[in-house]
Design a protein around this ligand. Structure first.
Ligand SMILES: Cc1cc2nc3c(=O)[nH]c(=O)nc-3n(C[C@H](O)[C@H](O)[C@H](O)COP(=O)(O)OP(=O)(O)OC[C@H]3O[C@@H](n4cnc5c(N)ncnc54)[C@H](O)[C@@H]3O)c2cc1C
Length: 371
């Protein structure tokens, strides 16, 4: 039976990036249930890097990832607006103050600036927080970059292999999977759980207590609008968290910012969420919707406190969590993977991770809350 130092379960952005960061220092096995890595949440994202997205616990990870993403050519400037009505001014001022203090570049903008950026904006939208640093991410490029790096450093990637048993064997683990009806197995000293929406299910296989990682459905629809949206349109959020939109070429990607509790599966969009998104868009801009061209949904998986979970399980030796990447698992991937590898391999922080506090992301915080 093949022997590895680390077996990583799940080859989405989380597992692929972690394998890439560990590969130079350890023998890594990356096991993925689907034919295509990235088939689930990673392949369904809105593809943005936004300094404040995900809240204060996520900001340090996003900021720490920015240089890696930019230096490797994965970012394209976009800019983002969080827009509000007159009654939202105080809340937006607070938003700007809170996130500026965390190191994000964010400033208040008045209606004149907003209309320049979002033509057709209805008159009641008159105040916004503007983030010039927000960027589009080449998600497929980043994912392939990490998969290639993992393979280059010697990681073995097994696709179409759903892990269905994790057994203690000596000081390590025996990992067993089903590959289209054929059984496979390997041994590894450590197991890393990068199974996205399935993270709690994988924990149960290892005899670890689930941490309450909850999959929430999010929908996006692609619209053709008339006249076509400017390609310079910023990523635009409602302050109330009830919509966002951004251009994709001359098309519009629109989300109702839904967070519907779901179960781990190959999720599909609901028509009601598409309709809700369009209804909300029509309250924001006066654009004519010429066609609904595509719609899709993905599962964003959150720990109960909505911070990601990186670190060893406090009760099951050798079982490592790399889960709960919510709606920020692409934009935080470089720093998260570097930190995850350092924790797995017992290595010190480096320039990318020096400003991160691993305790903030440790699974023990949730296990204690559950006790
Ligand atoms: C609509 C939408 C928009 C988003 N927009 C953004 C954005 O703009 N920016 C951003 O940073 N993030 C965004 N996200 C979030 C981001 O996509 C996720 O945080 C990220 O993709 C999570 O990656 P992952 O590898 O954890 O999950 P996944 O990509 O789902 O990968 C987990 C993998 O584990 C595999 N697996 C599960 N169980 C097993 C098993 N037993 N054996 C083997 N393999 C297994 C699955 O098959 C799957 O491929 C968005 C998400 C959605 C849904």
């Amino acid at each position: 039976m093949d022997e590895f130092d680390i077996a990583i379960i799940g080859a989405g952005m989380a597992g692929a990036s972690l394998a890439a960061e560990c590969g130079a220092h350890a023998r890594v096995l990356l096991v993925e249930a689907e034919d295509t890595p990235g088939y689930h949440t990673t392949g369904r994202s809105a593809a943005f890097w936004d300094e404040v997205y995900g809240g204060p616990a996520v900001v340090p990870l996003t900021l720490a990832s920015g240089n890696y993403l930019a230096d490797n050519g994965f970012l394209q400037p976009r800019g983002s607006l969080v827009i509000g009505r007159a009654s939202d001014r105080v809340a937006l001022e607070g938003f700007v103050a809170e996130y500026s203090a965390l190191g994000a570049r964010v400033e208040l903008m008045a209606r004149a600036g907003m209309v320049d950026l979002v033509p057709g904006l209805r008159p009641d939208w008159c105040v916004a927080a503007w983030q010039p640093g927000c960027a589009d991410i080449d998600v497929a490029g980043l994912h392939q970059h990490y998969l290639a790096m993992a393979r280059r450093t010697g990681s073995v990637v097994r696709l179409r292999a759903r892990v269905d048993a994790l057994m203690r064997e000596g000081a390590g683990w025996r990992i067993a999977w089903n590959a289209g009806g054929r059984e496979g197995a390997a041994r590894a000293g450590l197991v890393a759980n990068a199974a996205g929406a399935w993270a709690d299910d994988v924990a149960r296989l290892a005899g670890a207590a689930p941490l309450g990682i909850a999959p929430l459905r999010r929908t996006i629809t692609q619209l053709r609008v008339d006249p076509p949206v400017p390609t310079t349109l910023p990523l635009t959020f409602g302050l109330a968290g009830d919509f966002y939109f951004k251009p994709a070429g001359d098309r519009l990607w629109l989300s109702p910012h839904d967070e519907t509790p779901d179960v781990a599966h190959d999720v599909a969009p609901e028509e009601i969420d598409v309709a809700l998104a369009i209804d909300r868009l029509e309250r924001v801009v006066d654009w004519h919707i010429a066609a609904v061209e595509r719609r899709w949904a993905g599962l964003r998986s959150f720990a109960p406190d909505r911070a990601p979970v990186y670190g060893f399980d406090p009760h099951v030796p050798g079982f490592f969590w790399f889960a709960g990447q919510g709606g920020f698992g692409i934009q935080t991937a470089p720093a998260a993977a570097r930190l995850g590898a350092q924790l797995l391999l017992g290595q010190p922080a480096d320039g990318m991770t020096a400003a991160l506090d691993p305790a903030r992301y440790a699974p023990g915080r949730l296990a204690m809350a559950q006790a």
